[in-house]
Design a protein around this ligand. Structure first.
Ligand code: HEM
Length: 328
């Protein structure tokens, strides 16, 4: 419910409909149109998928770290498997919804798309830029690595389709570099999520959790917070991307800004940043600390080193039989 209302409001600020301006005031004329505005279905679905993926990767990552640290239990293995399967199902849906979301943005906020894609001048057959340094002085992309025609193909379904450039929105487009980079971070995380979750599910068909490659488990642990990174990057694209407007095409951010002294704003912002950085570091350390402790109520694990044969009559216990004892 909370996601519904937040996303409905935010989407309306991106694609405002169902209102009229009377004496400089925005008056609602159609509440249903406002609630279910044109970008709402995409944003709502994309955000719900993002939350599911964030939860899946934190559970998978923490569980993988427990296996690496050898404090895992049967519950850890169940959690890891469930999270991997959930992520493997959610991520293709997220990529598909993301693609539809982009097409909707092209229709309603073409300047945002031009910034995301780094298209400075309107062009046909626009390339997809994998890496570049968008330079606002020269209005061009430095050191660009690009694949010809792919941006046009994705956005217009025609390799020679036309993409409007930032030149068409002089003074009315967002700052390019943060939108361009945030978009690549979000999509990059999405691609890593696809790779790791699908590879994990493939591994699970052949192996138990304890016999998964250590390198894979470490990579999965490194992805524990990837959902947050992708989500924050996504919001950067969305919110920086609607600049200079606060309600797209209706009111600019400058018109709504309170007249506070720059020093006061700088101080408040610094205080917020310091608080959130402190909370973030504390959170990561607490999660790391908890994930390195054995699960409460679990019997201690058997030693990892192979137990020597005591007598000719006893079978030796090696690390692979330890894996099975762990209850996979
Ligand atoms: C991999 C392919 C992806 C594509 C093509 C994609 C596409 C998009 C687009 C076009 C927007 C901005 C639209 C706008 O503001 O008008 C957006 C925003 C966003 N993205 Fe993605 N995205 C992808 C992956 C992800 C992933 C993996 C996550 C998180 C786990 C994510 C989370 C978000 C969030 C939270 C927003 C801001 C809310 C919204 O506007 O929907 N995205 N995405």
């Amino acid at each position: 419910m909370s996601a519904f209302w937040i996303l409905s409001l935010n989407s309306w600020m991106q694609t405002p409909v169902g209102f009229e301006v009377v004496n400089g005031k925005i008056m609602a004329t159609d509440w249903l149109a406002i609630l279910f505005n044109p970008s709402f279905p995409y944003r709502f679905t994309h955000m719900l998928m993002a939350s599911g993926l964030t939860a899946s990767f934190v559970v998978a990552g923490v569980s993988a770290w427990q296996v690496v640290k050898k404090v895992d239990s049967k519950a850890t293995h169940h959690a890891l498997k469930t999270a991997l399967v959930a992520a493997a199902i959610l991520i293709p849906i997220q990529i598909y919804v993301g693609d539809l979301h982009g097409l909707n943005t092209l229709k309603h906020q073409p300047a945002k798309i031009a910034a995301m894609e780094g298209v400075w001048k309107t062009e046909k057959g626009a390339p997809i830029i994998l890496f570049a340094w968008p330079d606002k002085e020269t209005k061009s992309n430095l050191y660009a690595i690009e694949i010809p025609k792919i941006a046009s193909l994705i956005l217009t379904h025609d390799p020679d389709g036309e993409i409007k450039g930032l030149n068409e929105f002089e003074g009315k487009h967002p700052p390019v570099a943060p939108v361009f980079w945030a978009f690549r971070i979000m999509v990059g995380m999405g691609m890593l999520m696809l790779l790791l979750s699908w590879f994990g599910v493939y591994l699970l068909r052949k192996r138990t959790v304890n016999t998964m490659p250590r390198l894979y488990l470490i990579a999965l642990s490194a992805m524990a917070f990837s959902g947050w990174i992708a989500t924050v990057a996504g919001w950067y694209v969305t919110e920086i991307g609607r600049q200079p407007y606060i309600v797209y095409g209706v009111i600019t951010a400058a018109e709504t800004a309170a007249k506070h002294a720059p020093a006061m704003i700088g101080l408040t912002l610094t205080a917020y940043l310091a608080l959130y950085i402190f909370l973030l570091i504390s959170y990561v350390l607490v999660v790391k600390n908890l994930s390195e402790k054995p699960t409460r109520g679990q019997p201690p694990k058997l030693p990892t080193a192979p137990i020597q044969k005591i007598d000719a009559g006893f079978a030796s216990v090696d690390s692979s039989s330890r894996a099975e004892t762990a209850g996979d």
